[in-house]
Design a protein around this ligand. Sequence first.
Ligand code: TMP
Length: 237
Amino acid sequence: MEKKEQLYEGKAKKVFATEDPELLIVAYKDDATAFNGLKKGTISGKGIINNQMSNRLMSMLESKGIPTHYVQELSQRETLVKKVQIVPLEVIVRNISAGSFSKRYGVQEGIVFQQPTIEFSYKNDELGDPLLNTRHALALELATQEEIATIEDYSFRINEALKSFWLSCGVTLVDFKLEFGRLQDGTIVLADEISPDTCRLRDSKTGEKLDKDRFRRDLGGVEEAYGEIMRRLEANI
Ligand code: TMP
């Protein structure tokens, strides 16, 4: 499939048209940002890892009945995906307290929840992705009630699948962010990426952070952590 004009450049990926109006090519960059773009940097080799990890995990999810945008890996950094209209919601599933949850509710990091929790943010960089509830999402007509129900159902199923996969790699899934899109016929599918940029992943034994928190919090060893989590995935998928 031939790459045509660039349609969009985001913080971590570029999107290109193809000759098929229903297919796009995404190209993963090594650029990293945090805190809504306030912190900028490069994580060498991240684009390759995020591309390959996201594709492996989406294939695994497809095999468990979760529809995704993934079509075919084209190269180390490029993947063919179905064109979707992104639902402007960032869906965050949490198993353990961390990050903005701990800050907002004044609780320490590392509390294991009795049940996973879910929250939605309005995907809008200018507004800083404000938290919203499903009634707000309906009022803003970001998605229909039926779409929100589907997104919630898929998100919890994805959590169970990812949690048990990472457990088999000796990795604890703390939390993660998902984005969904609509195909031309309105079908909701998982889109964007699943990677150490969008998940908190900890070594189950040592608690070592194997994700983008190393970059966000200036912990060092960023490239090494991305390399290590990719090796764990490849040994177990
Ligand atoms: P948070 O604790 O900062 O809200 O992050 C929750 C999870 O969502 C964490 O795994 C990182 C991921 N995330 C993104 O993928 N993109 C974002 O813009 C933010 C804020 C978080």
